[in-house]
Design a protein around this ligand. Structure first.
Ligand SMILES: [Fe+2]
Ligand SMILES: [Fe+2]
Length: 152
C-alpha cells in the first residue's frame, strides 16, 4: 500500500482532461519535481514521502485552471481539498505539504525546511530539464546553492 501511488493515480486522472501537449508537460514537471524532492529530502533528512507528494501536487492548480496567477496560494487550497478527500495524510502532514505548495513560488525568500525543499526541487526541474536554456534570474542563486550542496 503506497500513499504516493494512490495520490499519483488521482493526479494522473485529473490530468487526463488536458490536451495531449499540456498533459505531457504537466506530467513531466510534476513527476520531475517529485523525484527531485525525494532526493533532496534524503539528502536533508526530511520526510521523503511528503516531499514527493508535495512535488506531485504543487502546480496542479495552474495546469487545471490554465493560469499561473496566484497559483501557489490557490494550489495550496486545492491540495488541501484533495488530501482531505483522499484521506491519505494526517492533519499535520497535510499542513506540511500545503505550506510547501503555498510558498513554492517565493523563490527569493527563505521559509521552513520543507518549503525550501519544494522550491529547490522546482528549480532543479526547471534548470536541468534542458540545460541549453538560460537559468531565469530569480532561480540563479538557488541553482548555485544546489550545485554546491550536491557537489555538481
Ligand atoms: Fe509553480
Ligand atoms: Fe513547478
Amino acid at each position: 500500500m503506497s500513499r504516493l501511488k494512490d495520490l499519483r493515480e488521482y493526479i494522473d486522472n485529473e490530468l487526463n482532461s488536458l490536451d495531449v501537449e499540456k498533459r505531457v508537460n504537466a506530467t513531466a514537471h510534476l513527476y520531475g519535481v517529485s523525484l527531485a524532492a525525494t532526493i533532496l529530502a534524503k539528502k536533508r533528512g526530511l520526510n521523503e514521502e511528503l516531499a514527493a507528494m508535495a512535488g506531485m501536487l504543487h502546480d496542479l492548480h495552474a495546469y487545471k485552471s490554465g493560469s499561473y496567477d496566484d497559483h501557489a496560494h490557490l494550489g495550496a487550497g486545492l491540495a488541501r481539498n484533495i488530501l482531505e478527500k483522499l484521506d491519505l495524510t494526517t492533519m499535520e502532514e497535510t499542513d506540511t505539504i500545503c505550506s510547501a505548495i503555498y510558498h513554492h513560488d517565493d523563490k527569493l525568500v527563505v521559509d521552513a525546511p520543507m518549503d525550501e525543499l519544494l522550491k529547490d526541487a522546482d528549480v532543479i526541474d526547471h534548470c536541468f530539464k534542458d540545460t541549453s536554456k538560460a537559468i531565469i534570474e530569480k532561480e540563479q542563486q538557488r541553482y548555485n546553492n544546489l550545485c554546491n550542496e550536491l557537489s555538481l
